[in-house]
Design a protein around this ligand. Sequence first.
Ligand code: AHR
Length: 320
Amino acid sequence: MTFTRRILLCALASAAAAVSIPALAAKPLTMGFSQVGAESEWRTANTASIKDAAKKDGVNLKFADAQQKQENQVKAIRSFIAQKVDVIAFSPVVESGWETVLREAKAAKIPVILTDRAVNVTDKSLYVTFIGSDFVLEGRHAGEWLVAQAAKNPGKKYNIVELQGTVGSAPAIDRKAGFADAIKGNPALTVVRSQTGDFTRAKGKEVMEAFLKAQGKNIDVLYAHNDDMAIGAIQAIEEAGLKPGKDILIVSIDGVKGAFEAMMAGKLNVTVECNPLLGPQLMQAARDVVAGKPIPKRITTVEGIFPAELAAKEFPNRRY
Ligand code: AHR
């Protein structure tokens, strides 16, 4: 082989290497994400955060909206397994019934990340991490705010109605438990009615109408498991000729802009924050998991409590 020919072959070989190494390194991570639905302002912000973060990080996101149905989530997860995605993430609509499909993902060696809501499984190796809020603590914060209010009016009794989230969902179960725990043993505070409003404005309004019909004026407090149901209930209270935020104290959870607007209008008394902006943490966790780095089993989001007095000052800082 001539010297020139050898040089030419070397140059071709290194050019091929230069092409193939970055091409391998740049292979985008593919994530299948099954979202609960689009039931609330919170959920819309959560979906936007995940889509934006995926775009920014160059993650190839396969997004499926389950329309609040567990069977749709199971189908989506099975389809992600069939497509051999690198990682599956999902926000489970309810807590139970996930073992079978999660075992299928494990058998296919696809790591699963839970976001926002937890699953109730005995085998914790079925998921790598759970990123999201402490819902029990949120419920407890709501209850503690009410206990402090009641302490300002000794002797007064408060009848509480509760709008629960989706039946069987982690936030509904935990927020109910946290609130009950905070008010336990307080003779001034009694939950007189408790029913699901499925985390939506429409259902929140409908159930509040039924509460008002059944209780008449004997409602002092509404505890809603999310802001959307509280906002729906505010309409029902106004239509019944009562003043939300005054005749009936309103305590809710999420901290979305709609709740801040209601607080500034004097119609809602406090919202406990639940942060939906989980996208960046999710993408980071996915990259670490796929790279084989160890990650914590539980990643908790840090959140605040916003009473109406702080609403106007805080409103310009709200991102959802
Ligand atoms: O899982 C989080 C909850 O789901 C939010 O509080 C609620 O608004 C949403 O629909």
